[in-house]
Design a protein around this ligand. Sequence first.
Ligand SMILES: [Ca+2]
Ligand SMILES: [Ca+2]
Ligand SMILES: [Ca+2]
Ligand SMILES: [Ca+2]
Length: 402
Amino acid sequence: MTNRKQGRTEGSVLIIVMWVALGLVSVTLYFSHSMYFEFRAAENYYEGLQAEQAIDGALRYAMHLLANADEEGVLPESNTYSRERSTVGEALYWYIGRGAQNAYATVPEFVLTDEGAKLDLNLATQEMLENLPNMTPEFAAAIIDWRDEDEEVSEGGAEGDVYVRMIPSRQIKNAPFDTVDELMMVYGASPVLVYGEDANMNGILDPNENDGNATPPMDNQNGTLDFGLAEYVTVFSKFPEENNDQGQGNTNGGTNQPDQNPPNNINIQGDEPTLKVNVNTASAAVLACLPGMDQAKAQQLVSYRSTQAGLGSDTGWVSDAVGDGDLTEAQEYFAGSSQRFMVDVAAVGKNGRGFRRTQFVVDTSGEEPVVIFRKDLARQGWALGTNLREELKQYVQQQRQR
Ligand SMILES: [Ca+2]
Ligand SMILES: [Ca+2]
Ligand SMILES: [Ca+2]
Ligand SMILES: [Ca+2]
């Protein structure tokens, strides 16, 4: 009897010991697991820092390129600078840009871009705005009312009283736009109208931009990227002043008014601010907005331009491009060079993680280039295309094997 009792006790002890052992193992597993995650988080954080350093470096490099351009106001040829998978220490960066606008593209163009290639929201007339793809006459009118000083409603537009009645109510600006994103404040705006399907603003069709409503943004799943207005407009255009025959172009006359720096975008030649577009860099959609232009002529210009190497700031080619087409009305809106450029940098750390992205606008009109705008776009997500994500994994593995 005692033997059987003793046996039973030993059995229970064994079971208890096994439970304790099992418990210890799970505790160890738990801690190693959470340590693993902490390690991964620290590594991601570290790679994020590397990526931020790379963005800093890429911005400086771009400013150096702009300051030392072969021709002032003309972007360097794309084969003359490091613009994709370039290294800063162990990190990598890319300049996200635009090439020939192609709604089917799934690989971004990696170049610096010209803000002068876009239509300036603060200077465009209602007619020019109406010519933008997907623009409605009402929204074009509302843009004019948003930025003008008066309370007169443009036909189909909206002035202060409409904004006050909105829920929640807001105030109309009655002053120039400071950013393109400000379009979202204008009466009638929607993400579809302003950003279209290009939620991450990289100019290409990403998987989530072609899966309908399965993941944001909403898209029509038709295999092409439908752009929003933000693709075509800027608030930063600035061009070298031309034909400044009158000495230093001081339009102050004989008055004793102190010289005031002209606000952004406004050339004081007469009092009329003038809108211009760089005909050597603008897309057909933007060129088609200008007076005297249409889709056909704009397309002719862009096609002809793509066959000409090293145009520099020359615009003499435009008449050859359109044959019998008349450009007399449009020509005064053409510029050949620009003074403001976008540097849109995406970067990752040494293992391809820690994705970061920042857009900068650089002004080159002064002695030294200066950054006049920056916008963080990391939250908009991966912007380098699906293929590149795979290529990057392989690249990282190759680097490790060395
Ligand atoms: Ca107004
Ligand atoms: Ca996209
Ligand atoms: Ca979608
Ligand atoms: Ca689409």
